[in-house]
Design a protein around this ligand. Structure first.
Ligand SMILES: O=C(O)CCC(=O)C(=O)O
Ligand SMILES: [Fe+2]
Length: 283
């Protein structure tokens, strides 16, 4: 187990080393026939859709976010907030990403120096430009309603995370989302939405190739262990139960995890307006 790497801007690396053997996510268009899109989602465990949201609407959310965070000194001086350029004169330790395991259980990482940044980053989740306009964007809801066939019954879960890692901070580790949603049936769809353009090395989400069966097998394993240990139903549903890691993660070491499961990590360059949908057990 290695300590986290020094951040190098043009190297695609995870917690335990540079990623070799990466592959790219398959791209889809929201205008393709729904049946083809559904089949691809089932087969791959994800659907990477180009241009679902109007670019201007995504950049508006980005502008609002960075305008709000500017007072913490996170941005390089005399730059436009929408660019989101990190102030290299500052220590990254002052700006820990929310829920990246700093204090476990999506706690408040980083101590006193980081308090203002973390408090504002949490506050951002409750602002209308995020909770209403961005998370409930009509183009997203409309696509999901058609894609799933849920139509008018489509509901947005209130739990949503505005991930905010700056260069070199700790990302969330290897996981599938159902681990955090285990009180419900595994029928939800996650939409992962980049709030801006992200280069391949820029920290966008990476997926395990054919990861859904791996997540399903992990969940089965958790269930077996819970039974064997005599946990009650309620205890077994807790994402942080005694058989799991304190953070609810499968691993902090993506290279090792991919090797053990004999799969590659899938990466992509993302643009504002893109959306990736994925299944509840997709890793
Ligand atoms: O904490 C949660 O509810 C979900 C976190 C998560 O799945 C993520 O950030 O990718
Ligand atoms: Fe997730």
């Amino acid at each position: 187990m290695q300590p986290p790497l020094e951040f190098q801007p043009n190297i695609l690396a995870v917690n335990d080393g540079p990623l070799q053997q990466v592959k790219y996510l398959h791209q889809s268009r929201p205008t393709e026939p729904l049946e083809a899109l559904r089949q691809r989602y089932e087969a791959d465990g994800y659907l990477f859709l180009k241009g679902v949201l109007p670019r201007a609407d995504v950049l508006k959310a980005r502008h609002e976010y960075f305008t709000m965070m500017q007072q913490t000194g996170v941005l390089e001086e005399n730059t436009d907030p929408v660019q989101g350029i990190f102030n290299q004169l500052k220590s990254p330790a002052e700006f820990p990403g929310i829920g990246a395991g700093g204090a476990g259980k999506n706690g408040r990482p980083g101590g006193e120096n980081a308090a203002q940044f973390v408090d504002l980053a949490i506050e951002a989740h409750y602002r209308d430009w995020y909770a209403e306009e961005f998370c409930r964007h009509p183009a997203l809801l409309e696509f999901i309603a058609r894609f799933t066939g849920w139509d008018a019954d489509t509901l947005g879960l209130r739990r949503s995370l505005l991930r905010n890692n700056i260069p070199g901070t700790k990302p969330i580790g290897v996981h599938y989302d159902q681990i955090f949603l285990r009180h419900g049936e595994p029928t939800s769809v996650t939409a992962w939405v980049p709030i801006g353009d992200i280069k391949v090395c820029g920290g966008g989400l990476i997926y395990l190739e054919d990861g859904d069966p791996v997540g399903v097998a992990c969940e089965e394993d958790f269930k077996k262990k819970a039974n064997a240990a005599g946990l009650s139903d309620d205890e077994a549903k807790d994402a942080f139960n005694s058989n799991m890691m304190a953070t609810g993660l499968l691993s902090e070491y993506p290279l090792e995890f991919a090797r053990e499961n004999q799969r590659s990590w899938l990466v992509a360059e993302y643009e504002a307006g893109d959306v990736v949908l994925h299944k509840p057990h997709t890793v």
